[in-house]
Design a protein around this ligand. Structure first.
Ligand code: BV8
Ligand code: ZN
Length: 251
């Protein structure tokens, strides 16, 4: 796979790289993205009807069951070559920060060390009432049925998924860190995101405005096109390993 010489030079000269990822980074692991027509999780559910605090309050077992279904799916998936290539890049840079919108644990499982989670994690639920973190047991059900959420051992409140729902603000520490890293990076790789969910979708643009080289890895076009320095069209699982090799491990 060929890459523009200028892009390779940017990556070789870079000290700090931010890899900004969305659902597409996990697609080749077998995890449906939110919007891809055939596999989108939301294909079968109304996203605004599920990924909101209102939905959980209205029907806790239905929403908790959806997250347990997803957790079972993720538990049975493996990181894909995109996740491993991102972790590999760490060896060649003084700083590589993964800023992810995803709530799966595939970046960790592939060895990424510095991860900023803008939308939380499906693996770290907490009590809706007293916010006590809750430790999940091994995932049991994968059938997509309703599952009553656990009760908080401290206040008997309902345990909720540890993700940021629509209408909820992002964790301030993660958001502040993401802004800081976007402002300081030499290159930002936007991987597998349709760039339509805010405020996360502002991160690549902010990096560009502060002088970073902005690269997109996505088979499709996204809202980011007008701001890109380089657009690498194709699946991240193929492009990223080739890019890391071309930039850092030339034959
Ligand atoms: C906030 C966690 C305010 C949960 C997620 C109108 C009504 C209501 C709200 C809004 C509105 N207009 C704007 C808003 C704000 C809203 C928003 O942006 N809505 C959008 C839909 C318009 N944002 C919010 O509500 C945010 N909070 O604004 O708070 C506030 C402020 C102060 C105080 C109080 C409140 C919170 C948003 C977070 C929502 N939670 N996830 C869960 O996961 O269940 S978002 C969820 O969807 C994901 O986390 C992800 O971020 C997003 C999906 O986006 P992508 O990751 O980009 O995935 P997508 O499927 O879209 O695209 C996949 C891409 O991959 C595609 O481009 C595809 O081509 C590509 N691809 C496919 N295969 C591959 C590939 N790429 C590479 N390789 C491949 N192989
Ligand atoms: Zn509680």
């Amino acid at each position: 796979m060929e890459f523009p010489r200028e892009l390779l030079t940017h990556l070789q000269a870079a000290e700090k790289v931010v890899v900004f990822t969305g659902a597409g980074a996990s697609a080749e692991s077998g995890i449906p993205t939110f919007r891809d027509a055939l596999t989108g999780l939301w294909e079968n559910f109304d996203p605004m009807a599920l990924a909101t605090p209102q939905a959980f309050d209205e029907n806790p077992p239905f929403v908790w069951g959806w997250y347990e279904w997803r957790r079972a799916l993720v538990a049975n998936c493996e990181p894909n070559p995109a996740h491993y290539a991102i972790a590999e890049m760490q060896n060649y840079l003084s700083s590589l920060v993964v800023v992810t919108q995803n709530v799966d644990d595939l970046h960790e499982r592939a060895g990424a060390k510095d991860i900023v989670r803008l939308h939380g994690s499906m693996h770290h639920p907490y009590c809706r009432d007293c916010h006590l973190p809750y430790t999940l047991g091994p995932v049991t059900q994968g059938g997509g049925e309703e599952v009553p959420p656990p009760q908080c051992p401290q206040c008997q409140g309902l345990v909720r998924p540890g993700v940021v729902w629509f209408g909820e603000s992002l964790p301030s520490d993660a958001w502040e860190r993401a802004l800081e890293e976007a402002a300081q990076c030499d290159v930002l790789l936007s991987v597998g995101t349709s760039s339509v969910v805010y405020p996360a979708a502002d991160i690549p643009r902010l990096a560009k405005e502060q002088g970073a080289c902005l690269v997109q890895v996505n088979p499709d076009e996204t809202g980011l096109e007008p701001f890109l320095d380089f657009s690498l069209q194709g699946p991240a699982g193929e492009i990223l390993p080739a890019l890391v090799e071309a930039a850092y491990e030339p034959a």
